[in-house]
Design a protein around this ligand. Structure first.
Ligand code: TRP
Ligand code: SF4
Length: 422
């Protein structure tokens, strides 16, 4: 069972992709220049329409990366993945949008506004310490009228049976919990509003549990638009969702067309046709949203096994963790080691079952050859878990110290960033 609120049991990612209708990231990996560590290692395993982003990167750099963080618990190393993905896309030319989901934290998780402000800023500073640059749009949901107004408009297109199908909501579910779904959809779609320069590809890096939000948002994007597209031989079939009088407006476009009662077939390069129809839609006052793309990273295993979760402090390492506690958490982590050291020397460890090896892979070791060496030393029994944990601990402490130094420097730089808050 996977929804944004619960993930249970061991995850079969292949099945998850099939069930949710995601595409495999591995298949497009070779099209990416200097892929991020999380991409190379297949931790980012799935996507929706990431091709749009690849094209935009290559073509004109007019695209957006956007994701959000709920300020209910402190940022931990799971959030760090999303943060790195945002920063990576920004370096590749994307305009970055970051939402601090304070509305969600307040109305669904009961966190006070004082707390959401305080914790929200810790996320903002963490992002900056991890390399987010100054031209990012950073906002708290509660302070964005663009987001709140758009959410209200999107709400027209959602009904209860859809929410039930996508999220498993029941008649007891609170309206607040339902409403934050359109808030999040508005987070994702608002970079395409006229005030932000109109329609453009947007990629949302998230954990796989957030996919229901992505599906709802893509559906809402289509439903809110005037025109819809369908690829046909040699061009695009265009329909209007908001009445056939809009189809007549297409006459002004400079393409070969065939008109029908309910649709118009427009011939030519599909990208060109779509682009022309979208800008016409914007002129007519429509949204012309491009369905947002997404990439999905795997769930992070909790340090003692199971799922890493903000509600279980022993399961994660926060970016602000007391260094003594880091030591305790790492030394107590679940490994893929054997019952005795004699056995481990003889049989070797099992890195695929080891949380320490996951830490190396996801976070601590940038160099692929070094990672390979650790894996081999583990499998061959050359290294035992006690020493291996100490190495991981050293690396983690080094990262955290460096991170904290940057956090201190940020206090001076933070004014260079525009942060939209209450
Ligand atoms: N709901 C997300 C979470 O719980 C946070 C979030 C809010 C988000 N708005 C978003 C994620 C927009 C991606 C895009 O972590
Ligand atoms: Fe994990 Fe290291 Fe032990 Fe191997 S040796 S099982 S990688 S802790």
């Amino acid at each position: 069972m996977i929804t944004p609120w619960e993930v249970e049991g061991l995850i079969d990612y292949k099945k998850l992709m099939e069930d949710f209708g995601m595409d495999s990231f591995e298949k497009i990996l070779d099209k990416i220049k200097d892929p991020h560590r999380l991409m190379r290692r297949k931790i980012i395993f799935g996507h929706r329409e990431y091709e749009r982003i690849l094209n935009a990167m290559e073509r004109d750099g007019n695209f957006v990366v956007m994701s959000g963080f709920m300020p209910s618990g402190l940022p931990h190393i799971g959030h760090k993945m999303t943060m790195e993905e945002i920063v990576w896309h920004q370096k590749k030319g994307a305009k970055a949008f970051v939402a601090i989901a304070d509305i969600e934290a307040h109305v669904v998780r009961n966190v006070s506004w004082e707390k959401t402000d305080e914790i929200g800023m810790m996320y903002v500073k963490s992002l900056i310490a991890l390399g987010l640059e100054e031209d990012a749009v950073i906002y708290f949901q509660s302070a964005s009228n663009h987001v709140k107004d758009l959410a209200m408009e999107l709400a027209k297109e959602v009904n209860f049976s859809e929410l039930k199908a996508v999220y498993g909501f029941e008649s007891e579910t609170s309206l607040a919990k339902m409403f934050v779904t359109v808030i999040q959809a508005a987070d994702i779609l608002h970079p395409q509003l006229k005030d932000f320069g109109g329609p453009k590809p947007v990629v949302v890096p998230v954990g796989a549990d957030q996919d229901p939000h992505i599906r709802l948002t893509r559906d809402l994007a289509a439903k809110s638009n005037i025109f819809s597209f369908e690829k046909i031989e040699g061009g695009i079939r265009v329909r209007s969702r908001k009445g056939s009088e809009y189809l007549k407006k297409l006459n002004s476009l400079n393409f070969e067309m065939k008109k029908f009662e309910e649709h118009i077939d427009i011939f030519g390069d599909e990208n060109e046709v779509e682009k022309a129809v979208r800008s016409l839609e914007v002129e007519l006052g429509g949204y012309a949203f491009i369905p947002p793309s997404s990439i999905y990273h795997k769930f992070v295993t909790g340090l003692r096994g199971g799922k890493m979760s903000s509600s279980k402090p022993e399961s994660y390492i926060s970016l602000f963790e007391d260094l003594k506690l880091v030591e305790k958490k790492i030394m107590n982590a679940l490994t893929g080691g054997r019952a005795t050291s004699e056995e481990q020397r003889r049989l070797g460890g099992e890195p695929e079952k080891c949380v320490i090896f996951e830490l190396y892979t996801y976070h601590l070791v940038e160099n692929d050859r070094e990672l390979k060496r650790i894996e081999e030393d583990c499998r061959s029994g050359k290294i035992l878990c006690g020493r291996c944990k100490k190495v991981a601990l050293e690396m983690m402490l080094e990262f955290l110290k460096d991170f904290r130094e940057k956090m201190d420097e940020i206090e001076k730089e933070i004014d260079l960033y525009r942060i939209i808050k209450r």
